[in-house]
Write a protein that binds this ligand. Structure first.
Ligand code: SF4
Ligand code: SF4
Length: 350
């Protein structure tokens, strides 16, 4: 496989198509990056997300929106930024000065910064920050605060919109830093990358869990409401599920996985990115999203057994089938019996 098929670049901006939710599942409709890009630089081509490098401006405004972290700036690692920020003696993050764009941040980063800093934080939008980005970061901050309130952290994030134009010079400064530190890695081995990218838990999820572990002893609550885009939970209805395994097969992070003998399906909330792929591929609609989740199970990656099957031979055809405590017939013989009974009743009526 050619590297440029899945690692698409514009200077130091990289779209890793292999990690994109649309890579394995052409039916997936995720288009968060497309919606935020002002330059139409990201398009769907042959059902895959594709970078039009001639239109990309390296702005990085799509980065925080990607649930799988398929998008990045090679010269600016967002996880490192968070870890370095918490060591600094400041409680503000200014758009275009401290970070190329506030839109590189997701809720996971904001919550992690506050938990690790143990203080309120201000995210400063300047006169050059686009309205769209202000709306984006404002929504992320609201979601972060919703979570911080639930765990009774006592701290919150705030968006400050500055209307001065004195930041123009600062933006120029940032641009210079970028041109100096630009270091494009051209030597990534395609097959190594392919292995690494499969079933990948995004770094922002790991960062968030590790941040929670730091305050695990101080947490007064364990069961909290799920928060869209941050922390999710799943349940499978035993009677509806056919144990086809499609959900586990398509789950991009292995949050849903099957037992080695394929008799059951487990779920790890700590790996779920809430992408909705499992619900989309489940034909009988057996998957639901409970409204609460246990924080301890989430942060320590504990797995819940959602369904477990006992296989029995069908009393008619002797083929092994997933017994659900009701019928002794497999699905095929059960359907045949129902159809036959209908025909028999109809014949009697005639
Ligand atoms: S469990 Fe479902 S929603 Fe969660 S990551 Fe897997 S496919 Fe996405
Ligand atoms: S939950 Fe749905 S997709 Fe998953 S094994 Fe059951 S029927 Fe198949």
């Amino acid at each position: 496989m050619r590297e440029d098929v899945f690692l698409q670049r514009k200077d130091f901006f990289v779209l890793d198509a292999l990690r994109c939710l649309r890579h394995d599942n052409s039916q997936n409709q995720c288009s968060k990056c497309i919606n935020i890009c002002d330059f139409d630089a990201i398009v769907v081509f042959k059902k895959k997300i594709t970078l039009k490098s001639e239109l990309c401006t390296n702005c990085g405004e799509c980065i925080g929106s990607c649930p799988t972290e398929s998008l990045s700036l090679e010269s600016f690692d967002i996880t490192n930024f968070v870890l370095e920020f918490v060591q600094k003696d400041t409680n503000t993050v200014t758009d275009g000065l401290d970070i190329p764009t506030l839109a590189m941040l997701d809720v996971h980063h904001i919550v992690s910064m506050i938990i690790r800093k143990k203080s309120n934080l201000e995210f400063i939008a300047t006169s050059q920050t686009k309205e769209k980005i202000i709306k984006y970061i404002s929504d992320k901050i609201d979601t972060a605060n919703l979570f911080l309130e639930q765990i009774k952290s006592g701290y919150k994030a705030q968006l400050v919109v500055q209307s001065t134009s004195s930041d123009i010079k600062k933006r120029g400064l940032l641009k210079n830093i970028f041109s100096i530190t630009k270091d494009i890695k051209q030597d990534i081995n395609a097959s190594t990358h392919l292995k690494k990218a499969q079933k990948f838990v995004p770094p922002k999820v790991t960062l968030f869990k590790n941040s929670l572990k730091l305050i695990a002893d101080e947490l007064e609550v364990d069961t909290i409401n799920t928060v869209k885009g941050l922390i999710a939970n799943k349940k499978i209805d035993f009677q509806t599920c056919t144990n086809c395994g499609e959900c586990a097969h398509f789950c991009p992070t292995q949050a849903l996985f099957r037992t080695s003998d394929n008799d059951g399906i487990y779920f790890q909330s700590g790996k779920c990115i809430g992408c909705g792929v499992c619900k989309m591929v489940c034909e009988p609609n057996a998957i639901t999203s409970p409204s609460t989740v246990e924080l301890n199970r989430f942060m320590f990656d504990q797995a819940d057994l959602l369904v477990q099957y006992e296989y029995r031979p069908c009393v008619e055809c002797k083929t092994a089938f997933a017994y659900k405590g009701t019928s002794d017939l497999c699905d095929r013989c059960g359907t045949y019996k129902n159809d036959f009974e209908d025909m028999f009743t109809m014949a009697k009526d005639i």
